[in-house]
Write a protein that binds this ligand. Sequence first.
Ligand code: SF4
Ligand code: SF4
Length: 72
Amino acid sequence: MPQKIHIEIDRELCTGCGICIRFCPKDVLGESGTLNQYGNFYTEVKKLEECIVCRQCELYCPDFAISVEVKE
Ligand code: SF4
Ligand code: SF4
């Protein structure tokens, strides 16, 4: 069975710093254009099909707001 990738972003924890967007080598992530309750444009998944599960986003997020899960 193919792998199923899920990228979880906690909208309220995300400060919109954009670090994950810059570190993602495949342009999977982008700004949502929507504010969270703290007035930050949180990040959202734009191209999940491009994700190579390198976990750079997870690794560099200073706020532990993003995680990548793979289900076999
Ligand atoms: S795991 Fe890698 S490819 Fe996937 S969204 Fe994060 S940085 Fe991008
Ligand atoms: S690195 Fe973390 S806090 Fe910054 S935009 Fe990405 S998910 Fe949000």
